[in-house]
Design a protein around this ligand. Structure first.
Ligand SMILES: Cc1cc2nc3c(=O)[nH]c(=O)nc-3n(C[C@H](O)[C@H](O)[C@H](O)COP(=O)(O)O)c2cc1C
Length: 220
């Protein structure tokens, strides 16, 4: 029977404790080919308005991790022209930290469904991917980092103007248990809606040094 019709205290318990493990702490073994198939199948099974499947996946493992490293080596000085060689070395090794990285790419499909909803579906694909990998016993780190936005890297990955990196998900066996981090207070972000009562928008969580426009955000 499917989970929606069956209680799963185990799933809820997991969701209430879920934590990222940083990519530097993800080691071998990584997922097997069968595991990867299951993880991708779960990632492709997300809510998606209009059956557009507005995402696709780039599996980066084995030798490909070093090959993309060559691209990062070329691209990093574009971000930081004064970078020392040691820093360029470090940045070029980003895909070598974990045994497997899956890039989830948001692709805007042609159709009448809003772009925003298509992008949200790509975020859902990322989280399903994370949870599926976690359910198989692997830890994960959902990252963007500078290279998700760098033109040289985007081109090497084959991305065009309809594509955006929703996440590079690093996957491996945890070398270290993560410690808990602060979570938002529900009273600051939850409102039992009534007419005329202003919602709790969590504006306490605005970063003081960040004005509008936020990177990647435009007011309608
Ligand atoms: C779209 C997206 C991009 C992210 N990119 C980065 C990143 O580049 N670097 C980073 O340290 N964390 C990044 N994170 C945050 C981590 O994935 C993770 O959520 C965070 O470390 C908190 O840990 P938790 O998952 O245990 O709550 C990103 C999260 C999202 C949703």
């Amino acid at each position: 029977m499917v989970i929606a019709a069956k209680q799963s205290p185990e799933l809820l318990d997991y969701l209430l404790q879920r934590r990222t493990v940083e990519a530097v702490n993800l080691g071998e073994p990584g997922p097997t080919p069968d595991d990867i198939e299951r993880i991708l199948t779960a990632a492709a099974r997300v809510p998606d308005h209009g059956r557009m499947f507005p995402w696709y996946f780039l599996v980066i493992e084995g030798e490909a991790r070093a090959q993309i490293g060559g691209v990062l080596r070329k691209a990093y000085p574009e971000e930081d022209p004064a970078a020392a060689e040691a820093k360029i070395d470090l940045e070029s090794e980003k895909f070598l930290r974990a045994p497997l990285v899956i890039g989830v790419i948001s692709r805007i499909r042609k159709g009448r469904h809003p772009m925003f909803e298509q992008i949200l579906s790509a975020g859902a694909a990322c989280q399903n991917l994370v949870l599926a990998a976690n359910a198989l016993g692997f830890a994960t780190h959902w990252l963007s980092e500078w290279y998700a936005y760098n033109e040289t890297v985007r081109e090497a990955l084959g991305l065009d103007e309809r594509d955006n990196v929703a996440g590079f998900i690093s996957i491996g066996t945890p070398k270290k248990e993560p410690v808990e981090r602060p979570r938002p207070e529900l009273s600051k972000i939850v409102t039992r809606w009534e007419p005329g009562v202003p919602p709790n928008k969590g504006d306490e969580y605005d970063k003081e040094d960040m004005g509008f426009p936020v990177k990647g955000f435009s007011l309608p």
